[in-house]
Write a protein that binds this ligand. Structure first.
Ligand code: URA
Length: 193
């Protein structure tokens, strides 16, 4: 079990010196779905809740329309728990420093499906080398013991990657259309779980 008090005061990387809050995640303790983004942005850093800005609004609109799932039903978090200054992409060192936290959350919450949003989350969770432009829609099996990929013949939790909603806000309807296709795969995974 991760120690949430320890996470709340984590100093494993330099983001601890610039953050306002550690954004741990929100949602039920035993969700069927865990949604994992990159890192908190400005509003998340201020309020302590993940995906409260424009990206989150688009994400949960698509979730409602394509999966029939509401935000309150999912555990929502990020691979990096503290805001990188200026919303830059987290460094490899920061992602590694935070890895035990997200791996611990996947283990503790034991969701049926983990949805990774964007390159940073998909690479950190599923060991993908390729970018999400290639790996989106691919279903993997996860080992709940450490959150890394395992023998697909013995699946415990399924993983799926799609674009980050921020990419859809920048990229427009073609990215949204791909996300909708991926979310239909997610819907089937949840129905089969
Ligand atoms: N983008 C993310 O990846 N995570 C958040 O919590 C907000 C925006």
């Amino acid at each position: 079990m991760i120690d949430v008090d320890e996470l709340r005061s984590c100093t494993r990387c330099a983001l601890s010196t610039t953050r306002q809050r550690v954004v741990i995640g929100s949602g039920p303790q035993h969700p069927r779905l865990m949604i994992v983004g990159e890192a908190p942005g400005r509003y998340e850093d201020e309020g302590g809740e993940p995906f409260v800005g424009r990206s989150g609004r688009l994400l949960f609109q698509l979730m409602r329309e394509e999966v029939g799932v509401e935000r309150e039903e999912c555990f929502v978090t990020n691979v990096v728990k503290c805001r990188p200054p200026g919303n830059r992409t987290p460094t490899r060192r920061e992602i590694l420093a935070c890895h035990d936290w997200i791996a611990g959350q996947v283990h503790d919450y034991a969701p049926a499906v983990v949805l990774a949003l964007g390159n940073v989350a998909a690479r950190a969770l599923f060991d993908f080398r390729d970018g999400v432009g290639v790996t989106h829609g691919r279903v993997v099996a996860l080992d709940l013991r450490d959150g890394t990929e395992r023998d697909p013949s013995a699946p415990l939790t399924r993983g799926l990657a799609t674009y980050h909603p921020a990419a859809a806000l920048r990229g427009g309807s073609s990215v949204v259309d791909v996300m909708r296709d991926d979310l239909r795969i997610l819907k089937r995974l949840l129905e089969d779980a």
